[in-house]
Design a protein around this ligand. Structure first.
Ligand code: 3PG
Ligand code: MG
Length: 396
């Protein structure tokens, strides 16, 4: 396999225009950043580039606006956060990439930064469009991708942009992610347990079917599990679920049987009548039409803790419930604590990944320890599957 081209520490980039693709996709509510982990992790490298007097052009996305300028998904709160955290001039660019853009960027001095507005405001980003990628590429002399969590996306600022810049590199955060995940893959010991949460099963179906071949236990939590409840003929009230997933789930069970992978789904849950309410514990067969499943219940937590105790490797992506409301974060926090305890006391090998998982774990009042905490969710799972991610293959 070709090697990834990592950014050489001693490269002279003084006064060179560096396009830096970061993942500043953090949870924002009413213009307030809810968890700044992803930004904080990016700061040391930005500071390195400032020190080296590079002209820094930062690209990131926020959410999935799909080509529409959704005001709630503006990067302005992130711009303000960067301005506060960095001792450098930081500018914000919200224009389009027309002929004059070069002009507009020409005032940028070494050690200064321009942050571009949400790149997914442009539909060409999602389409990995050539012409748009060319315009982005022409903004800089070199390109550095330090957004491992976006590398599974075939999008302009991750993929095709590299065709239009002379030198493309992977940044240090991306390197650290890959090195850590590789280390876990090489050293993983059975039993291996994979915990998958989140909401959409259709976006994770390939990952799940491929992981079944590689893990001993697969635990499904979060809204994803609702589809399994429906498959098992339970009613889920007003909970989130996806239409027509019975066929997919049937195949998952068949594959699991063939590969001797045990699938565990919740047996009880916390329900509420709104996302802002309080929880009531219920068995699966007692859910009423006006109720929403918002967390896993105590029996399920016990079963998951037991499985974690029995495992030598745990991989986890996606929270177990609606952790944004403290009444529904117990499931997620309990899983995090069980993994941390086993990592410390029994040398469990553990990786957690994903923006939501990070934000949820940070809500715990205890200090938790894991083998590796990844910023990536989808990318991390696809990398585990052994896939060649589009954003990485262009850096080789
Ligand atoms: C993430 O949070 O998963 C990354 O920022 C990538 O975002 P995406 O899943 O919307 O492509
Ligand atoms: Mg994602």
């Amino acid at each position: 396999m070709d090697k990834i081209n990592f950014f050489p520490k001693n490269l002279n980039i003084q006064n060179q225009k560096v396009i830096l693709r970061l993942d500043l996709n953090v949870p924002v509510k009413d213009k307030v950043i809810q968890d700044d982990t992803r930004i904080a992790l990016c700061l040391p490298f930005i500071n390195k580039l400032i020190e080296k007097k590079a002209k820094i052009i930062i690209i990131s996305h926020l959410g999935r606006p799909q080509g529409i300028k959704v005001p709630e998904l503006s990067l302005i709160p992130i711009y303000k956060h960067l301005k506060k955290s960095l001792q450098a001039n930081v500018y914000f660019f919200m224009g389009s990439f027309d002929e004059e853009v070069q002009d507009k960027f020409s005032h940028l001095k070494g050690g200064e930064i321009i942050l571009l507005e949400n790149i997914r405001y442009f539909k060409e980003e999602g389409a990995d469009e050539e012409n748009f990628s060319k315009k982005l590429g022409s903004l800089g002399d070199i390109y550095i991708n330090d957004a491992f969590s976006c590398c599974h996306r075939k999008q302009a600022s991750i993929h095709n942009i590299t065709k239009f810049v002379k030198n493309s590199y992977a940044g240090p955060l991306l390197k650290k992610e890959i090195d850590s995940i590789n280390l876990v893959i090489q050293n993983k010991k059975e039993p291996v347990t994979c915990i998958i949460g989140g909401s959409k099963i259709s976006t994770k179906i390939n990952v799940i079917t491929n992981l079944i071949k590689k893990v001993n236990n697969l635990i499904i939590v979060g809204a994803m599990a609702n589809n399994f409840f429906i498959y098992k003929n339970f009613k889920v009230g007003k909970s989130l679920f996806e239409e027509n997933t019975n066929k997919i789930i049937k195949e998952i069970y068949e594959k699991a049987k063939k590969n001797k992978c045990e699938i565990l789904i919740p047996e009880d849950c916390l329900v509420g009548t709104s996302f802002s309410g309080r929880g009531k514990n219920k068995n699966l067969d007692k859910i009423e039409n006006n109720e929403i499943i918002l967390d896993i219940g105590p029996k399920t937590i016990k079963s998951i803790e037991y499985k974690i105790d029995q495992s030598n490797t745990v991989l986890w992506n996606g929270p177990a419930g609606y952790f944004e409301n403290e009444n529904f974060m117990n499931g997620t926090i309990s899983i995090a604590k069980a993994i941390s305890k086993n990592t410390i006391e029994k040398s469990l090998i553990s990786i957690l990944g994903g923006g939501d998982t990070l934000a949820a774990v940070n809500k715990s009042k205890n200090k938790l320890s894991f083998t590796h905490l990844s910023t990536a969710g989808g990318a991390f799972l696809e990398y585990l599957e052994g896939k060649d991610l589009p954003g990485l293959s262009v850096l080789k």
